[in-house]
Design a protein around this ligand. Structure first.
Ligand code: IDP
Ligand code: MG
Length: 173
């Protein structure tokens, strides 16, 4: 999104750090909604310092799932994944923050939740490879593509975060 590149000095070291404010897509999957985990999962992203800039609840259909999970269309589990993602509404969220794509991905944990580290969302709330609570974008490029898939420009809310100075250094936002 926006970014700045400023030299930072620490002692006699000069580091050149690129700060990039990113946006990423999180889908709270049907199981997250049905199991009453929505508040808990959203709370984790809020507490980490991420900013919620768009959100909506929708019923996904087969057409969009074939696009969203195109990389898995030929996998034997695709019909179960598709049906699982249509079993109840999902909640689509766009989170913004410094390095948001990787931060959110790390917070979600490994795809196969039985291998996910405790403290991650999947590591705390799932044992399943399929029913793993959340979708998170896996790269900056895919975040852009996925956000365009689910949100229109007018879905985003532009608002100030008065706590930013308590969350970031002056050159980080
Ligand atoms: P990701 O959600 O961690 O990015 P992907 O490989 O993109 O993982 O897979 C998308 C979704 O497909 C997973 O979140 C999970 O719901 C499902 N999935 C992936 N691999 C398997 C599997 O081996 N068995 C069943 N479902 C799977
Ligand atoms: Mg993926």
């Amino acid at each position: 999104m926006c970014g700045c590149s400023e030299p930072r000095t620490q002692g006699n070291l000069v580091e050149h750090i690129i700060f990039v404010m990113e946006r990423t897509l999180v889908i709270l999957k049907p199981g997250c909604l049905q199991r009453g985990l929505v508040g808990e999962v959203i709370s984790r992203f809020e507490k980490r310092g991420l900013k919620l800039v768009a959100m909506k609840m929708v019923q996904l259909d087969e057409e969009i799932l074939k696009v969203h999970y195109a990389h898995l269309l030929d996998r034997p589990f695709f019909p179960w994944l598709r049906d699982g993602m249509m079993a109840a509404p999902v909640i689509l969220c766009c989170w913004e923050g410094y390095s948001a794509v990787q931060v959110v991905r790390d917070m979600a944990g490994a795809t196969k939740a039985s291998k996910a580290v405790p403290g991650t969302i999947r590591g705390d709330f799932s044992l399943s490879a399929q029913e793993n609570v959340v979708h998170t974008s896996d790269s900056i490029e895919n975040a852009e593509i996925e956000l365009k898939r689910f949100f229109k420009d007018e879905d985003y809310c532009d608002y100030k975060s008065p706590l930013d100075p308590f969350k970031y250094a002056p050159d980080e936002y």
